[in-house]
Structures are given as structure tokens and as C-alpha cells.
Design a protein around this ligand. Structure first.
Ligand SMILES: [Zn+2]
Length: 114
């Protein structure tokens, strides 16, 4: 249950921020990689269970999946890897390295201000 651990960690951060901001958290945005992707629905469910009876209970969690990037060995530029056309978009070379998956990051927490 990868999502449950992620939900718990988001919740901990949100609650710590909510204390500082003195506001009601309404939304959070996370980004993750492709190979270690988080399922948005499972995450939302796991979060709702953890956040039950807290200020964060009505929060929406958005997940943005980052594309797989590759580094061309020929022109040394990075490009967005596409399985349907797996070659460098800059120089059309077929010699490249797939870059490591970006880590899961909590990008933003939005608070309601009234
Ligand atoms: Zn290239």
C-alpha cells in the first residue's frame, strides 16, 4: 500500500502547515514519476480515511504524473521519452539513457482564507 504511506505523509505535512497558517486546507497538489506513480483515487480514499474528523477532511488531492525523461548520448540534451517514437527529439538519435524517475513531491497546499 504505497498510497497509504503517501497519504499519511501528506496529511502530516498538511496538519503542520495548517497550524502555522491558521487556515482550513482545501487542496493539495503532488507530483510523482511514471514508474513509481501514485493512483489518485486510491490516494484520495486513503487520505479521507486518515483525515476523517480533522480540518483536512474535505481536502482534494491532485496528482500530476511527470513524464519519463531521457538524456541523449549524442547531443547531450534531455527530452521527453515517448514509447511510440523512442528517439531523441533534438537530433533523432537512438542512443540515450532513461533518466531516474522524479521523486514524489508535495508541491502545494492551498488554504481557504476567510
Ligand atoms: Zn539528441
Amino acid at each position: 500500500m504505497h498510497e497509504a504511506a503517501v497519504a499519511q505523509s501528506i496529511f502530516d505535512t498538511v496538519m503542520a502547515e495548517a497550524q502555522k497558517q491558521k487556515g482550513k486546507p482545501t487542496k493539495a497538489k503532488i507530483t510523482c514519476g511514471t514508474f513509481d506513480a501514485v493512483n489518485e483515487e486510491i490516494l484520495a480514499f486513503a487520505f479521507s480515511v486518515i483525515a476523517k474528523d480533522t480540518v483536512a477532511k474535505d481536502m482534494k488531492i491532485g496528482v500530476e504524473q511527470k513524464p519519463v525523461m531521457a538524456l541523449c548520448r549524442h547531443c547531450k540534451k534531455e527530452f521527453k521519452f515517448d514509447v511510440t517514437s523512442p528517439s531523441c527529439v533534438h537530433c533523432d538519435s537512438n542512443s540515450y539513457n532513461i533518466l531516474p524517475d522524479p521523486p514524489l513531491i508535495l508541491e502545494q497546499i492551498i488554504f481557504e482564507t476567510d
